[in-house]
Design a protein around this ligand. Structure first.
Ligand SMILES: [Zn+2]
Length: 163
């Protein structure tokens, strides 16, 4: 058998969907910060929660354990890294494209700009790309999404908030 590599572990982790945004993998979201392979049976994974106290992290940790166990990794250490805090800047470009294809407007602004914590000025409609949209609710199905409505095609849509 080939030696277990970090690249292999990253590939496995790329198959785990985020529980809150199933169209994205935990790699797309940038939740996995580091993978260390000690030997063929021992791996340490460092993850940063998207939101502190997010119950999805328990689900994600369990999924990582099951996946690695299924691939013969017996000793799995999962470390939570809370600093620096996760930001939407860590979301991959392919992750943003997947969000858009799924009908969720991806974050537009980088979180390190002064206004990032406020709502973004213009969130284009993921369906018709109109910029004539209205914020309906700051909180959508989960705390990381807000609800908008397009004034042109009249469809409501979710926006993944800058964070
Ligand atoms: Zn529209």
């Amino acid at each position: 058998m080939d030696m277990l590599t970090e690249k292999q572990v990253w590939e496995w982790l790329g198959t785990i969907a985020d529980p809150e945004v199933p169209v994205l993998s935990i790699i797309d979201l940038g939740i996995v910060r580091e993978v260390q392979v000690q030997d063929d049976e021992s791996v340490t994974i460092s993850i940063t929660p998207t939101y502190s106290g997010c119950p999805a992290m328990d689900v994600i940790s369990m999924q990582i354990r099951l996946l690695l166990l299924g691939n013969g990794v017996k000793n799995i250490h999962i470390e939570l890294i809370l600093e620096p805090a996760w930001t939407t800047d860590w979301m991959s470009e392919s992750g943003k494209a997947k969000l858009l294809a799924y009908g969720i407007a991806p974050p537009q602004r980088r979180s390190d700009t002064p206004l990032a914590l406020f709502e973004e000025d213009t969130v284009p409609c993921p369906r018709c790309h109109s910029e004539n949209t209205t914020l309906i609710s700051r909180f959508g199905a989960t705390s990381c999404k807000s609800m908008y409505r397009c004034n042109d095609c009249l469809e409501p849509f979710e926006h993944f908030k800058c964070h």
